[in-house]
Design a protein. Structure first.
Length: 608
């Protein structure tokens, strides 16, 4: 969950690396560092803390050179401090390395190297690799890296430089993202495209167990047998401004504001001539009709989107759906076969737990469908079919527009599957398509009234504990609302099914406890109103989110009501989640937290 960047060319590498790290700081911000090669050798500058600390050090004592690597860290092995920061340098001081991932057998390798006389300065698993590359070095840096990769186990993306090969940057990957950017007389490596998008729009996606030799005018990719690999160029048409704040105080607020556009990008191109047309989607009608079960596998926010997908697919397509946390799926010997479809979801397409779970499902014969945002990501490349959300770059650690678009994509899948199974008549099918296309406009309406949410947040940002309750789709929605608040405000919050209150949860409600209740499911409205009465009788303060037409009735029992435009309750979660996101955002701002980089979290989870 760290970020790496590298440069080789004719310019000063330092500002390019720092600039790239700023775009990658969402991946980790415990520490940061760079290693620059020049006539003096390898110059390493690194420090604990945010990237701004490193930038200040480099401004006071500039380091120049035309080859370098940089790193921003999310700590796994060893506490965040100066010594454990990357880059790490080999025993002889002639090789420097940055690493994203975890080396699982580092203890055995470390003991071996200690026996050979190597001394270690840090507590990290990454320093082991720097020393091992030195041990394997026989005059060819690429060969040394290859030999090292044959000995390490785990997940990694490496960037390596050496004073013995000052005109070469070497990189490698396994289960952690790595891209190569192609320039004119200069080339780059990075963990993610936005880090170097200012400099190039042409990229190579590096595959698992590949090593890349990068010079100013040449890039060569090898497998671990030393065989050259051919690779097509991925050209990216993103507007660079998409990865910038664009005048917003925080990326999170910018990305919430982008939800209508992101939803349009997900939905509108897939509806053509009153029909759903899913690109890069080759599942046959026979496979869908014969499907016995669908597995939805994801983590965190994507998992919560998957719960919405379960309701939608089961309601329309009448296929049993099981939603699983990816980190648990492959360790319980799941019952999966070739009569099942497995849907895997990840904003980045690089979430390691999700990638591994997908591989497990494929190994057992299941057809796999990826719903991801990042083109060319590992999950997208390995899945049998892929449905891109086209949400654009999401930089804030707390996911927002990715959730809305994942849910929208699942609605498209549910409606498409139901239609192909013959379960939707023409009139109902047309109605659903029209409702889908109206969702972005409904979210725009919610965003226009965000001051109401801000005002409520200003009254309750010091809450010690918050409970979210809902029924049906609103319970699934409550789980995501609770996660958002926890992630960025550090307030304890829990989501419960409204009907479960009387089975223990209500014991936690006391005078002044804040309870947030989505009430968008009309058939459950009266039952939820009863649940509100139950918590109000114990002293709770209730914020309700409901359809505009029900706002008057709900206001009779709730302390505050946020209304959303009238929409088919089936699609309400895509709209009702926005007020929950805004509430979490404003609470975090008022508490003075770092909204975009909440403590202990990173955006792309590329370790187990």
């Amino acid at each position: 969950m760290c970020g790496i960047v590298g440069y080789i060319g004719k310019k000063n590498a330092t500002p390019i690396l720092v600039e790239g790290l700023k775009k990658l700081e969402y991946r980790g911000y415990d520490s940061a560092g760079v290693a620059i090669i020049n006539d003096e050798g390898i110059n390493v500058v690194k420090t604990k803390g945010r990237l701004a600390v490193l930038e200040d050090m480099l401004n006071k004592e500039p380091v120049e050179g035309m080859v370098g690597i940089g790193h921003t860290r999310w700590a796994t092995h060893g506490e965040p401090n100066d010594v454990n920061s990357h880059p790490h340098v080999s025993e002889n001081g002639r090789i420097a390395l940055v690493h994203n991932g975890i080396i699982e057998n580092y203890i055995q390798i470390k003991e071996f190297l200690i026996g050979k006389g190597y001394e270690f300065k840090s507590d990290t698993d990454s320093e082991v690799v720097a020393h091992l590359i030195e041990y394997n070095y026989k005059g060819d840096l690429v060969a040394a890296v290859m030999a090292t990769l044959n000995e390490v186990e785990g997940a990694y993306a490496f960037g390596v430089v050496s004073t013995d090969n000052p005109d070469r940057l070497v990189a490698a990957r396994k289960d952690s993202p790595l891209i190569v950017g192609l320039g004119q007389g200069e080339n780059f490596i990075a963990s993610d495209i936005p880090a170097i998008l200012k400099h190039t729009r042409d990229f190579l996606i590096i595959e698992d167990k590949e090593v890349v030799s990068i010079e100013r005018d040449k890039v060569e990719i090898y497998n671990l047998l030393g065989e050259k690999q051919e690779r097509g160029i991925l050209h990216v048409d993103w507007d660079v401004s998409q990865a910038e704040k664009g005048g917003y105080e925080h990326f999170m607020m910018k990305e919430i504001a982008e939800e209508p556009a992101a939803l349009k990008a997900t939905i509108n191109p897939r509806i053509k001539d009153n029909d759903i047309v899913l690109d890069k989607f080759n599942l046959s009608d026979e496979t869908i009709k014969n499907c016995e079960k669908i597995n939805i596998i994801a983590c965190g926010t994507a998992y919560h989107a998957g719960v919405i997908g379960k309701y939608a697919i089961e309601k329309l397509a009448r296929i049993p759906v099981e939603v699983e946390v990816a980190s648990e799926f492959r360790y319980r010997d799941p019952i999966v076969n070739d009569r099942q479809i497995t849907i895997v979801m990840s904003q980045s397409g690089e979430t390691l737990d999700t990638l591994m779970a997908m591989r497990e499902a494929k190994k057992k014969g299941s057809t796999t469908l990826a719903i991801v945002n990042v083109v060319g990501s590992s999950i997208a490349r390995e899945a049998d079919d892929v449905l891109y959300t086209w949400a654009g770059p999401e930089i804030a650690v707390a996911s927002t527009k990715a959730y809305n678009t994942q849910v929208a994509a699942l609605y498209l899948v549910a409606i498409s599957f139901a239609r192909r199974k013959g379960l939707l008549d023409d009139e109902t099918y047309k109605k659903y398509l029209e409702e889908l296309q109206e969702i972005p406009g409904h979210v725009e309406t919610v965003l226009k009234d965000k001051e109401v949410i801000q005002k409520f947040a200003s009254r309750h940002f010091n809450a010690k504990s918050v409970f979210y309750i809902g029924r049906g789709l609103d319970y699934a929605l409550s789980m995501e609302g609770s996660l958002k608040l926890k992630e960025i405000s550090y307030i304890h919050s829990e989501a419960y099914a409204g009907g479960e209150l009387k089975h223990g949860t209500i014991a936690l409600i006391e005078e002044g406890t804040l309870v947030i209740c989505p009430l968008t499911q009309e058939q459950l409205l009266e039952k939820m109103i009863s649940n509100i009465r139950e918590v109000k009788a114990r002293g709770a303060v209730v914020l309700a989110i409901t359809l505009e037409k029900n706002a008057s009735e709900v206001s009779k029992v709730a302390d505050a009501v946020i209304s959303i435009p009238n929409i088919d309750p089936f699609f309400a979660p895509t709209v009702a989640v926005t007020p929950l996101q805004l509430f979490a955002y404003y609470v975090s701002v008022m508490k003075g937290n770092d909204v975009d980089k909440p403590r202990n979290l990173a955006k792309s989870v590329t370790v187990e």
